[in-house]
Ligand binder design. Structure first.
Ligand code: AMP
Ligand code: GLY
Length: 429
């Protein structure tokens, strides 16, 4: 099969790496990809993975490319092209593509849509309201004592959630989104949720339009600094399994979300084929969904795909074709840990173009894979090209082993301004 992956981050490198191990794949390209993706080779025939310089949001050019190259399967990594309707466009032209269509992708592209859906179908979530008017929004936030999460309705590069703990903060957050319009059109409406406390976990369910199967639990580290301090980021590291849920608990938490969700989709005629990724808070009152994403998490994918034992092509094809019950997801009992190496200053302003040393030493390590995120080639060298630069991923018989190995590898990599959290997976140990 000829496969095209869309996106350029660590998630897409992990997708390319895993797809490249499948005997079904005869050619693999990534648009636009990154320096690490360009170094991958297929296990089946040794062919190099090609990076195609088309941005992930340029649907027209992606369509033209997939048609001219006769791509057998396009795999969409990021949320933006899904929200723009890439799946609908490809399907209209008869091109096989994996991911939710535009209507189904609303679970991520509109927090108001998701919140209303959860309330309509009895999915456990925070108490919440959706507002356009700043004054009524502030009134609702005050009714929660100002302790709330104020969320821009639309996609805001993962930055559209402001947390408040008193009425002055909630007023300021509402003004920032609805009045100052910091997030533009994404902030025409806000969803305000009561502030929940507890352990936050990431769940992924692979869905095929009628059924779903859960992955094991994982945990991301969203804040920039150790001890969950500092600003929110795209994610500074992950690990799986996350030991806060036994298999039986995961099954029951999963069912409390997926059963009503699937029923609601069936009732409303929503055909969701892709990954449903709820962020879940394990509160004293039980698990509650904070938000839905409609794609693989980044960096959750890095730990999931280093544990997945199935052929990823077969798994994604079953999701796309609606034959998921014929597949049983299989996971290595080993633990996997991903430590993100970020540019100095991230998630604020940061420099690019810093040469990266130590990658070949890591390539030589067993049970280690360095997934590239924000990297590029410059004058024959791998250089930094984004906020999250690398996702150093390692696996071993338990979390402690995997974590020690991930940090041993992370410490061999050097670039000016390099920053990482030192406490990835610490909560689990
Ligand atoms: P979201 O993008 O909606 O997951 O929000 C980003 C981050 O804000 C989440 O990962 C949580 O850490 C935090 N958050 C979101 N909603 C809430 C809430 N209702 N209560 C507490 N924290 C929240
Ligand atoms: N791990 C955070 C995200 O993918 O949104």
């Amino acid at each position: 099969m000829k496969i095209l992956v869309i996106g350029s981050g660590g998630r897409e490198h992990a997708l390319v790496w895993k797809l490249g191990r499948s005997p079904h794949v005869s050619s693999l390209a990534c648009a636009p990809g990154n320096a690490g993706i360009a170094q991958e080779r297929l296990r089946s025939n040794g062919a190099a993975v090609g990076c195609v310089p088309i941005p992930a949001e340029d649907l027209r050019q992606l369509l033209d490319y997939a048609r001219s190259q006769k791509i057998d399967l396009t795999v969409v990594g990021p949320d933006n092209p899904l929200a723009l309707g890439i799946v609908d466009l490809f399907q209209k032209h008869g091109l096989p593509i994996w991911g939710p269509n535009q209507r189904a992708a609303q679970f991520e592209s509109s927090k108001a849509f998701s919140q209303d859906f959860m309330e309509r179908h009895g999915i456990p979530t925070a108490r919440a309201g959706t507002f356009q008017n700043p004054e009524t929004a502030k009134e609702f936030a005050r009714s929660l004592g100002g302790r709330c999460a104020v969320k821009a309705d639309g996609l805001a590069l993962g930055k559209g959630v402001l947390l408040a703990t008193d009425p002055a903060e909630s007023d300021a957050a509402i003004d920032e989104i609805l009045v100052r319009q910091t997030f533009g059109a994404a902030g025409r409406r806000v969803v305000i949720q009561e502030l929940l406390t507890g352990m936050e976990i990431s769940l992924h369910a692979l869905c095929d339009g009628a059924t779903g199967q859960w992955f094991p639990a994982s945990q991301d580290h969203k804040r920039a600094l150790d001890g969950d301090q500092g600003l929110n980021t795209g994610g500074m590291g992950t690990y799986s399994p996350a030991p806060f849920l036994s298999d039986a608990e995961l099954a029951s938490v999963g069912a409390s979300i997926l059963t009503p969700w699937l029923k609601g989709c069936a009732q409303e005629g929503i055909d969701f084929r892709g990954i449903l990724y709820p962020g879940v808070m394990l509160t004293e009152q039980g698990p509650k969904v904070l938000e839905f994403n409609a794609r693989f998490g980044d960096p959750e994918t890095q730990v999931y795909l280093t544990r997945m034992e199935n052929d990823l092509v077969e798994v994604l094809e079953a999701s796309r074709r609606g034959t998921l019950p014929q597949v049983q997801l299989k996971w290595s009992p080993q633990a996997s840990v991903c430590v993100v190496l970020a540019s100095g200053g991230y998630p604020g302003a940061y420099a690019k173009g810093k040469p990266i040393d130590g990658l070949p030493e890591c390539d030589a390590m067993e049970h280690v894979k360095v997934f590239h995120a924000g990297t590029a080639m410059s004058e024959g060298r791998v250089v930094t090209n984004g906020g999250r630069v690398l996702g150093v991923t390692a696996w071993g018989r338990d979390l402690q082993t995997a974590r020690d190995l991930a940090y041993a590898a992370a410490d061999r990599i050097r670039f000016e301004g390099k920053h990482c959290r030192r406490d990835i997976a610490a909560k689990a140990l």
